[in-house]
Write a protein that binds this ligand. Sequence first.
Ligand SMILES: [Zn+2]
Length: 80
Amino acid sequence: MLSTYVYRAGRVRRLKEGVDINQYLIDYPEAIKVCKPPTETTLEKWNDRGGCKAIDGCWVEPDGTCPHGHPSWLMAMGWI
Ligand SMILES: [Zn+2]
């Protein structure tokens, strides 16, 4: 089964098995469904290129936030 990830209260969380994402988003309206977090290697590669993807896929500064208000993965993962 594929894991589901959300970003909420400043960090990325993996939903426990059996937790329904739709119900979760009702319980936590501020949560954002995100894709699988990038690997350490990917984050390093992005960092070398001087940027980083935001959790919604936008390309931003490593410590930046995209126009939609979403943080870079480096920040979401707590690396910065
Ligand atoms: Zn964005």
